[in-house]
Design a protein. Structure first.
Length: 260
C-alpha cells in the first residue's frame, strides 16, 4: 500500500439496522412516509398507498464526516443515496489527473444514479460538511416498483432530473460568460434553498471558490473577481462563504436573456 493510498479517507461500509420489533426501543431509522424531506426526495408526488409501499424499503442511514467520500469512481453500484443533511460534491477524474467538479447535492437530493449505466460509479461523492444519508438498495427498490406504476414513474423522474441537471451544466459552460455563470449558480442555490423553506437571499456556501470554479469552468481568480464585481454592483454582500443577495431580480436579469 502506497503513502498516497494511506492518505486517502476511506469510505465506510453501509450497515443495515433491522427494523425494531413492536414495542422495542427506536433505532436510527426513518420511514419515507414520515420523513421531513419526503416532498423533495423519492416519495415526491406519490399517493398514500405508494408511499406506504416505500415504507417497506430496507435501507440504512449513515453519517459521513466532512471530507470523507460516500463512494468513489469505480466502486460497484449498489445503492441510491438520499441526502438527509449536509452537502456533497460530485467529481470526475479528468484525463490529465485533475479533479473536475460535476455537481453539488444538498438535503432532499439523490446521489449515485451515475452507477446505473455500467454497474459502477462514474464519479466520486465527497461530503463537504458532516452529513447524513439514506442508502437505498437499488435492487430492492426495483422489486418494490414491480406492479406499482407510481413508483416506477418516481424512479423515472429521478433519472430525468439528473439529465436536466446535466443539460443545465452544458448551458452554463457552453454559452455564458463569467458573470452569467456565477449568477446562474447563485440563483440555482437560492431556488434550492427556497424550496426547502430556507432563506433564498442569505445562505452559507459549503463549497470553496476553487470548487465553484471547477464546476463552472472558471479559474479561481475569475470566480473571486466576479464575486467582487457583484459586490461593487450592489448585488451581493459577501463575507467569506456567507452570501447575502441584495437584489434577486437584478441578479436574475444577468442571465435572463441567455436562458430564454
Amino acid at each position: 500500500m502506497t503513502a498516497a493510498t494511506l492518505s486517502q479517507p476511506s469510505t465506510v461500509p453501509v450497515q443495515f439496522t433491522p427494523r425494531p420489533a413492536r414495542g422495542a426501543p427506536a433505532t436510527l431509522t426513518t420511514a419515507c412516509s414520515s420523513c421531513h424531506l419526503k416532498e423533495l426526495c423519492l416519495p415526491c408526488g406519490m399517493s398514500g398507498p405508494t408511499v406506504d409501499r416505500l415504507d417497506g424499503l430496507r435501507f440504512a442511514r449513515r453519517r459521513v464526516k466532512a471530507g470523507q467520500p460516500l463512494y468513489r469512481a469505480g466502486d460497484a453500484f449498489q445503492f441510491i443515496y438520499a441526502v438527509r443533511s449536509g452537502t456533497f460534491r460530485s467529481s470526475l477524474a479528468a484525463a490529465d489527473g485533475r479533479e473536475q467538479v460535476s455537481g453539488f447535492s444538498i438535503a432532499g437530493e439523490l446521489l449515485g444514479l451515475d452507477g446505473l449505466a455500467q454497474g459502477r460509479h462514474a464519479s466520486t461523492a465527497t461530503a463537504l460538511e458532516d452529513a447524513e444519508i439514506c442508502a437505498i438498495p437499488y435492487d430492492h427498490l426495483m422489486e418494490l416498483s414491480t406492479g406499482s406504476p407510481d413508483l416506477q414513474k418516481a424512479v423515472g423522474r429521478l433519472m430525468s432530473r439528473e439529465i436536466v441537471r446535466e443539460h443545465g451544466l452544458m448551458l452554463l459552460l457552453g454559452s455564458m460568460n463569467a458573470e452569467e455563470r456565477l449568477a446562474a449558480f447563485l440563483l440555482n442555490v437560492s431556488q434550492r434553498m427556497k424550496v426547502r423553506g430556507w432563506s433564498p437571499s442569505e445562505f452559507h456556501l459549503r463549497m470553496s471558490r476553487a470548487e465553484i470554479g471547477s464546476y463552472l469552468g472558471m479559474k479561481l481568480e475569475t470566480v473571486s473577481r466576479t464575486f467582487s464585481a457583484f459586490v461593487q454592483q450592489g448585488l451581493l454582500e459577501v463575507d467569506k462563504r456567507h452570501i447575502r443577495i441584495l437584489d434577486l431580480e437584478r441578479l436574475a436579469r444577468t442571465v435572463e436573456s441567455r436562458v430564454h
